[in-house]
Design a protein around this ligand. Sequence first.
Ligand code: HEC
Length: 156
Amino acid sequence: MRMKVTLIGTCVGVVGMIAIGFLGNSAAVEPHKPSTDTRQRLVLAPAQRDKILAEMRLMLVSVGGIVQGVAADDLPAAEQAARASGMAVAADVDPQIEKLLPQPFLKLGMQTHMGFDMLADQMKAGGDQADILRGLAKLTGNCVACHAVYRLDEAR
Ligand code: HEC
């Protein structure tokens, strides 16, 4: 009796492992299923895409720093976080990359960098918390709007 139970247990285990292996494997070997992501694909060389994504991650660091600074009532820290994603970092955008991106994307990107500078200026001037939060809300609206429309693909 005990043998039988163990045997059944082993069978269930083996079947389970095969099923998991099969599912895992099929996901790994079939990456070309049609995507349900219908956003516009912007195709860049891998290094160009990396550069833009690095700039994106920096902007998220800035947003985090601003929120932290404002929450801690540390406006200089929040200002520094905002400035880190201002026009100064966009100015070095590679003209090669610029050529490949659609105008609305570039415009929204520039507006976003300018928005960070405006927020930094506002904080430098000791603006009040509600105003700063309104500015930040507008800014994060840009992030959301752009992400809803575009995605970045790597040229192969
Ligand atoms: C002008 C368009 C645009 C704006 C504005 C924009 N993004 Fe992005 N961002 C993108 C695109 C396109 C991607 C790639 C998305 C994809 O391929 O799925 C991306 C990706 C990212 C990523 C992922 C980075 C990675 O390493 O994969 C982060 C984080 C991010 N954005 C943060 C932000 C934040 C924060 C803001 C606003 C302060 C912002 N973005 C504004 C277009 C934009």
